[in-house]
Write a protein that binds this ligand. Structure first.
Ligand code: 1GP
Length: 245
């Protein structure tokens, strides 16, 4: 089954949790171990990527280790066209709609698309919008950050994503953000578009995950949480909260 279909079919049953693993933060073997624990905890897919330090070597080795340890789909969460993992099941073909640099809107995409086509990786189109504080991805992506609570602007980007015919919309506060995207913004977006909404950045507790899901997120992403030692119990609670929402 295509990963896009898997996401849509799963959404008919429950909301999804995805675990983001950054290959630059640990060895490929350790990434494989994290993926194994995340799968046991019930995550629905593994996303692999990071804003900096991605090389063809570390991304390929990381995807190999994850696939050895976990049956979930592995989706590349790209930072550019320079290193595309050969064995990923799918790639978020994502345009950072509020970047000031065309490179992040369509530039890297037009360089990467022929490689993706050749490798036969499934592209899943996505509008990617960075909300304050944005953290590293806001900085390297040269984002014109959407202010926290700026409903008209976030709704404008959400409608743009839907009108462009993209599969998913990702509202990103940035990895390690002190707070997730405000629930008022997620609610307003939910009321404006029908496409699935992904929310990530700064979600580290079941309470936060529950609020984000209740506000209208269909897919909740956590990354930083799995980088810190023993995370299994907390992750399991977060995933249960999302699946029960
Ligand atoms: C980052 O949204 C993801 O792109 C995950 O963020 O690392 O804060 O969980 P965290």
């Amino acid at each position: 089954m295509k990963v896009r279909d898997y996401i849509l079919k799963t959404l008919e049953k429950h909301k999804l949790h995805m675990t983001l693993i950054d290959p630059a933060k640990q060895t490929p073997k350790m990434s494989g171990e994290i993926a194994a624990k995340a799968c046991l905890a019930g995550t629905d897919a593994i996303m692999v990527g990071g804003s900096t330090g991605i090389t063809q070597e570390n991304i390929d080795a990381t995807v190999d280790e994850i696939k050895k340890n976990c049956k979930c789909p592995v989706i590349y969460f790209p930072s550019g066209a320079n290193a595309i993992p050969r064995k990923a099941d799918a790639i978020y073909f994502m345009s950072m709609l509020n970047s000031k640099n065309v490179r992040n809107i369509t530039g890297e995409h037009s360089r990467g698309a022929p490689i993706i086509k050749k490798l036969g990786i499934e592209p899943i189109s996505m509008g990617y919008v960075i909300v304050e504080p944005g953290m590293k991805v806001g900085e390297v992506g040269e984002a014109n950050l959407v202010k926290r609570g700026d409903i008209p602007t976030i709704v404008g980007y959400a409608l743009t994503t839907e009108f462009f015919g993209m599969d998913l919309l990702y509202l990103e506060a940035g990895s390690g953000a002190p707070e997730p995207v405000p629930t008022s913004m997620i609610k307003a977006v939910r009321e404006s578009v029908d496409i699935p909404i992904v929310v990530g950045g700064g979600i580290v507790t079941p309470g936060q995950a529950g609020k984000v899901a209740a506000a209208g997120a269909d897919i909740v992403v956590t990354g930083t949480l799995v980088e810190n030692g023993s995370f299994e119990i907390k992750l399991r609670k977060i995933i249960e909260t999302i699946h029960d929402s």
